[in-house]
Design a protein around this ligand. Structure first.
Ligand code: IMP
Ligand code: MG
Length: 175
């Protein structure tokens, strides 16, 4: 039997904006005087990245990569395919990988290894949400707006089977 999923509010759009202002302030301080390249991981990070960069007070370059680990399911397959690489040369740049959510960490761990081999000066992770219950890879989430231990979240760029990305707030999807 099909039931309608329930959307339980987690963060309002106002709360999100306040958290992003604080985060952008930290990033601006930490990267002052450095050549910063923000790399958004598509598609989930597109809204977060666009809000974040408008609150930075330092210059930064922006590029995107596309990685896919799971199709329409709720758990990571552990096999990550890079379907669109960066166009800007990352050598000697300070990279900030921008993700919507870190779950097992397998996606970002693969992506971090990939950029390390390309000679980046430093690589840090900025994830809108840090969901740590199922973490498998030992990777630090250097910057985050919200920490949660479990649950499937949607909205503000995060999807379930390509739905819910356009919601302005974050919701817990209960099936
Ligand atoms: P990881 O490799 O398990 O860390 O998977 C990270 C990716 O899985 C994210 O970029 C999302 O695309 C997706 N993901 C993990 N948890 C959620 C969630 O709660 N909502 C929406 N997408 C999620
Ligand atoms: Mg994603």
């Amino acid at each position: 039997m099909m039931t309608t999923p329930e959307l339980v509010p987690v963060l309002t759009k106002e709360e999100i904006q306040q958290k992003i202002i604080v985060l952008a302030g930290m990033i601006s301080r930490d990267y002052a005087g450095k050549e910063l390249l923000l790399i958004g991981i598509l598609k989930g990070s597109f809204i977060f990245l666009s809000d974040l960069v408008r609150h930075l007070s330092i210059p930064a370059q922006i590029d995107f990569i596309r990685a896919s680990s799971y199709a329409d399911t709720m758990s990571s397959s552990g096999t990550i395919t890079l379907t669109q690489p960066v166009q800007i040369d990352v050598k000697n740049k300070h990279l900030l990988l921008v993700e919507d959510i870190v779950d097992t960490g397998l996606t970002l761990s693969c992506i971090k290894d990939y950029f390390r081999l390309q000679g980046a000066a430093s690589i840090k992770i900025c994830a809108f949400i840090d969901k740590y219950e199922r973490r498998e890879a030992n990777i630090p989430v250097d910057y985050t707006c919200h920490t949660t231990h479990e649950g499937f979240l949607v909205g503000y760029g995060l999807d379930y089977a390509e739905n819910y990305r356009c919601l302005p707030g974050i919701y817990h999807l209960k099936m």
